[in-house]
Design a protein around this ligand. Structure first.
Ligand code: PRT
Ligand code: ZN
Length: 285
């Protein structure tokens, strides 16, 4: 039987989360990421471990059928591959930063400046969109030190917490793109591989849905039941059961993590009691 080949970063910021996503999707690998490749047990899948920079090209060439990369690498390499799923981890921004003592009014201030970056393609597109011409200076690493050693006036690099900028005396002035881990796919997959991919994506989506939702149980006074239900859409609608105590009902539902605290506060205001919140192991989407 055919196996889908997925390329994953060998070691770096994407590796651990990508492997644990596969694991939660029920795909356990024969060995760790020490080897170059690894086969899954009980699922037709093989992992190849590569540098993140190489993954888009390997997927375009079909050496790997699919891959997990930062969206920034996908955009920078501009390979002939499709972005088929966003995974929500390893989030970051690609930003322009300048020495913090300098004034900045807008993107036109970058005209004629030297900007150091490891992402020349994304930067070039950003500047072109804004009608600015600047001198792009390619550096493969340590971009943040370029202004202090005088090789550039500004940098264009990945920003996450912002602490690298601060410790190098820089400030963010433009955000060109936001990035997260994404699944990319070869454009010419045969039917067998497409079928395996569909199964894999179904599992991945179920894992992601579960981690962004919680199961909630509570006791509601019947006179506030309608208002409480309207706060809890559930997967279809909440389950409501009468309690042994007159005038009260038990309500079961699913709640999005992102609206969690807001909804809990409203539920308490409406008189909900005995609120229990339980993690969801898998959520079949
Ligand atoms: O060896 P290989 O080539 O595979 O790895 P790599 O060193 O090129 O990549 P790696 O592991 O550093 O990052 C992989 C992916 O993680 C990136 O392509 C991004 O999509 C994503 N990511 C998320 C980040 C960050 N956050 C991040 N903070 N990649 C890099 N950084 C670096 C950034 O370069 C900068 O130097 O961290 C610094 C900024 O961080 P803050 O928190 O100080 O702002
Ligand atoms: Zn890399």
């Amino acid at each position: 039987m055919e196996k889908i080949r997925i390329a994953i970063q060998k070691s770096g910021r994407l590796s651990e989360k990508s492997l644990s996503l596969l694991k939660e999707a029920g795909i356990s690998l024969d060995n760790g990421s020490r080897k170059l490749r690894s086969e899954a047990r009980f699922f037709p899948l093989e992992v190849i471990f590569l540098r993140d920079d190489d993954i888009p090209q390997y997927v375009e060439d079909g050496v790997a059928h699919i891959g997990i990369v930062g969206e920034n690498e996908y955009a920078e390499k501009a390979c002939e591959v499709d972005l088929i799923e966003r995974l929500g981890y390893s989030r970051c921004k690609l930003s322009i930063a300048i020495p913090k003592s300098e004034s900045y009014r807008g993107v036109e201030d970058l005209e004629g400046k030297r900007i150091a970056t490891s992402y020349p393609v994304i930067l070039k597109n950003f500047l072109a969109e804004h009608g600015v011409s600047a001198d792009i200076h390619f550096l493969s690493g340590s971009v943040e030190i370029a202004p202090s050693i005088g090789v550039a006036d500004a940098i264009f690099d990945i920003v996450s917490s912002g602490s690298t900028l601060i410790s190098n005396g820089l400030k963010e002035v433009e955000v060109a793109m936001k990035s997260e881990a994404v699944v990319i796919a070869n454009r010419d997959l045969d039917d067998d591989i497409q079928a395996i991919l569909a199964k894999l994506l179904f599992r991945i989506r179920s894992v992601m849905a579960a981690s962004s939702n919680k199961y909630i149980l509570l006791n509601a006074p019947n006179d506030k039941l309608q208002e409480i239900i309207s706060l809890l859409p559930g997967m279809k609608s909440p389950t409501v059961m009468p309690l042994a105590e007159e005038g009260w009902s038990s309500v079961h539902s699913v709640l999005r993590e992102s609206t969690f605290w807001e909804v809990i506060d409203r539920l308490k205001e409406l008189g909900a009691q005995g609120i229990l919140v339980i993690p969801i192991e898998k959520m079949i989407v």
